[in-house]
Design a protein around this ligand. Structure first.
Ligand SMILES: Cc1ncc(COP(=O)(O)O)c(C=O)c1O
Length: 348
C-alpha cells in the first residue's frame, strides 16, 4: 500500500523550508522594510518591486473554481517541468532510487532523472502505444518511486487506456504521475477528480498549451494535500513570478476564448489529417487526442529538411524508438496549416 512517509526522502522529511519575509507575521501592515526590496518602485509602468506571493493564492483560487479541486490540492510551478523536477527531488534518492518511464514519451522525465542522478527504467509502450502492464510490473522494485504516464501522450498523440492507469494507481506503492499537458484537446476525462480515490496520484497540467501561455511558464500539479505540502516545501520560495501570476489570473477569466481555440484546433486537426493522408510519402497518421499529429512517412529526414528550407519547422521524431519514420506536426492556425499542406504537396 501507498504510504507517503515510506517514499519521502529522509532529508526532505527533516527539511525546514525557507521562510520568506512575509510568512513571518500576521495582521495588517503598510510599511514593508523586511525583504530588502527597492521601496521606491520599478523603472516600469507597472510596479514589480515587491516579491510575489510565494503560494500564488489568487491564481490557485481561480484554478480551484475552474477545475473543481480545492486550492490546497494545487501546486504551481515555473512550468510543469518544474513540478517534474520537484517530484524527483522530493522522492528519489540520487544514485539509489529509480523511476519508470514508458517511451516513446515526453523527454523531460528522462532529462530530469539524469539531472537528479536517478535511474529511469524504460518500459516501451506496446506497438499501439498503450501501457505494457506486465513489463511495468516486472520493472518495479523496492526503489521505484515514480511512474510517469503522459496522457494524451507526447509524441504519439493518443490517450492511454484509463483502466490500465487505474490498475497502476491501485497496485503501485509509489506515486503515479499522469501528465495531462494536452488534456484540453482530449476526449478522455481528466484524472483530477480521482484525487480523493488515490493517495498516490499526481496529475500535471499546464497553461502552456491550450491556454496559450507558454511564455509565462505556469504549470500545475494536483495531488493530495500531503504531497502538495511536500512539493511546496521543496520548491524555490518565489517560483512563479509576479507578472506571470497577474497575467495568468487575467487569462483564467477568459475561458471562452480558450474553448473557441480548442474547437478550432480540433477542426483544423481533422482537416490536416484529410489533406495529408493521401500524399505518397505519408504511410500512416496516428489518431490524436492532442494539438499535434504523429505522421509516419517514407523519408522523415528529407521531408523535415525540405520544410526547413521553406521556413516551416516541425519535429523530426524518426530517431525515437517506436516512432521510426515519424514526424510530429503541431496544429497551427488555418493559414499556417494551409502553407504546410501546400508546401508538402510540392515535396517529391
Ligand atoms: C507532455 C508534456 N508535459 C509537459 C510539458 C512542459 O510543460 P510546461 O511548459 O508547463 O513546462 C510539455 C511541453 O511540451 C509536454 O509535452
Amino acid at each position: 500500500m501507498f504510504e507517503l512517509n515510506n517514499i519521502l526522502r529522509e532529508n526532505i522529511k527533516n527539511l525546514t523550508p525557507y521562510s520568506s519575509a512575509r510568512d513571518e507575521y500576521t495582521g495588517d501592515a503598510s510599511v514593508f522594510l523586511d525583504a530588502n526590496e527597492n521601496a521606491f518602485g520599478s523603472p516600469l509602468s507597472n510596479a514589480y518591486n515587491r516579491y510575489p506571493d510565494p503560494m500564488q493564492h489568487q491564481v490557485k483560487l481561480r484554478l480551484s473554481t475552474i477545475k473543481g479541486v480545492p486550492a490546497r490540492n494545487i501546486f504551481l510551478g515555473n512550468g510543469s517541468d518544474e513540478a517534474i523536477d520537484i517530484l524527483f527531488r522530493s522522492f528519489c534518492n540520487p544514485g539509489v532510487d529509480n523511476v519508470i518511464i514508458v517511451p516513446p514519451t515526453y523527454g523531460m522525465y528522462q532529462v530530469s532523472a539524469n539531472i537528479n542522478d536517478v535511474e529511469a527504467k524504460k518500459v516501451l509502450l506496446t506497438p499501439d502505444y498503450q501501457l505494457d502492464l506486465e513489463g511495468i510490473a516486472e520493472a518495479i522494485d523496492i526503489n521505484t518511486k515514480l511512474i510517469f504516464i503522459c496522457s494524451p501522450n507526447n509524441p504519439t498523440g493518443n490517450s492511454i487506456n484509463r483502466d490500465d492507469i487505474e490498475t497502476l494507481l491501485a497496485n503501485f506503492s509509489g506515486i503515479v504521475v499522469i501528465d495531462e499537458a494536452y488534456i484540453n484537446y482530449s476526449r478522455q476525462k481528466t484524472f483530477i477528480q480521482e484525487l480523493t480515490e488515490y493517495a498516490n496520484l499526481v496529475v500535471l497540467q499546464t497553461l502552456s498549451k491550450a491556454w496559450g501561455l507558454a511564455g509565462l511558464r505556469v504549470g500545475m500539479a494536483f495531488a493530495s494535500e500531503e504531497i502538495i505540502e511536500v512539493m511546496n516545501k521543496v520548491k524555490p520560495p518565489y517560483n512563479v513570478n509576479e507578472s506571470s501570476q497577474l497575467l495568468a489570473l487575467e487569462a483564467l477569466g477568459n475561458v471562452e476564448q480558450v474553448n473557441a481555440w480548442i474547437k478550432e484546433t480540433l477542426a483544423e486537426r481533422d482537416k490536416l489529417v484529410l489533406n495529408l493522408k493521401d500524399l505518397d510519402f505519408v504511410l500512416d497518421i496516428y489518431p490524436s487526442d492532442a494539438n499535434f499529429i504523429l505522421v509516419k512517412t517514407t523519408d522523415a529526414k528529407g521531408i523535415y529538411n525540405f520544410l526547413v528550407q521553406h521556413g516551416i519547422i516541425i519535429r523530426d521524431r524518426s530517431k525515437v524508438e517506436l516512432c521510426e519514420g515519424c514526424l510530429r506536426i503541431t496544429i497551427g492556425t488555418p493559414a499556417e496549416n494551409k502553407t504546410l499542406t501546400e508546401t508538402l504537396q510540392q515535396y517529391k
